[in-house]
Design a protein around this ligand. Structure first.
Ligand code: HEM
Length: 193
């Protein structure tokens, strides 16, 4: 399947300014363990046939708050449907990537790319849209909560015991915090990341 604008693993994608060593240290700072890697894979198995329902929920959340939907509009209050749709497809892929992709250089490079795509450096370019230019960092950080809280019922839907659901949920929480930490790179002043 071709996913417009999805450039994971593209040889043309610039490497991340964050080294594997720095990534390793960042993961240690959020108590990442090998257990989390396993639990995330399990989460991926649980979520893979529920991605559309997850996206319906997240999109209805964003859509019901005009100040959040704003970032998918032309700035005059008109949402841009092609933009919403194309980003939705990549968002679906991201759920799977979060669970299944190894944390290597290609992963780091695409993390950096996603950060740039939220920031004025690169927002709108991928889909060639005339939307508002920039998403504030405070909202990226705040979204860690809804993106984490709302996934839990989906993790619980396949009959896993509560301890397994908890393990998957904690691993998901860490994986989202880790990524938003990496996405903050373009938002930080030189030397402050
Ligand atoms: C793009 C996830 C916060 C609005 C994306 C993509 C993902 C994603 C996976 C597509 C990346 C790709 O192109 O492959 C997340 C997560 C967030 C977060 C996990 C926080 C935990 C936000 C917030 C907003 C937002 C707070 C604004 C309300 C957008 C927009 C795009 C986008 C407008 C398209 C950017 C572009 O022009 O390329 N997001 N996002 N995101 N997100 Fe977010």
């Amino acid at each position: 399947m071709v996913l417009p604008g999805y450039t994971y693993g593209d040889p043309g994608l610039p490497p991340s300014p964050v080294s594997l060593e720095a990534l390793h240290q960042l993961k240690a700072a959020l108590l990442w363990s090998e257990e989390d890697e396993k639990a995330l894979k399990e989460a991926g198995e649980v979520l893979k046939d529920q991605v559309e329902e997850v996206l319906d929920l997240w999109y209805s959340f964003v859509g019901s708050h005009p100040h959040l939907l704003h970032y998918f509009t032309d700035g005059q209050g008109n949402p841009i449907p092609e933009y919403l749709e194309r980003v939705r497809k990549r968002f679906g892929q991201w759920v799977l990537d979060t669970c299944f992709r190894p944390h290597d250089e290609a992963w780091l490079a695409y993390q950096h790319e996603i950060g740039l795509r939220h920031h004025r450096t690169k927002k709108n370019q991928t889909d060639g849209v005339a939307s508002v230019p920039h998403i504030p960092l405070r909202y990226l950080i705040a979204f860690i909560y809804p993106i984490t809280a709302t996934i839990r019922p989906f993790l619980a839907k396949k009959g896993h015991p509560p301890e397994a659901v908890e393990r998957m949920h904690q691993a998901w929480f860490k994986a989202v915090v880790l990524q938003v930490a990496l996405w903050s790179y373009p938002y930080a002043k030189e030397g402050d990341f």
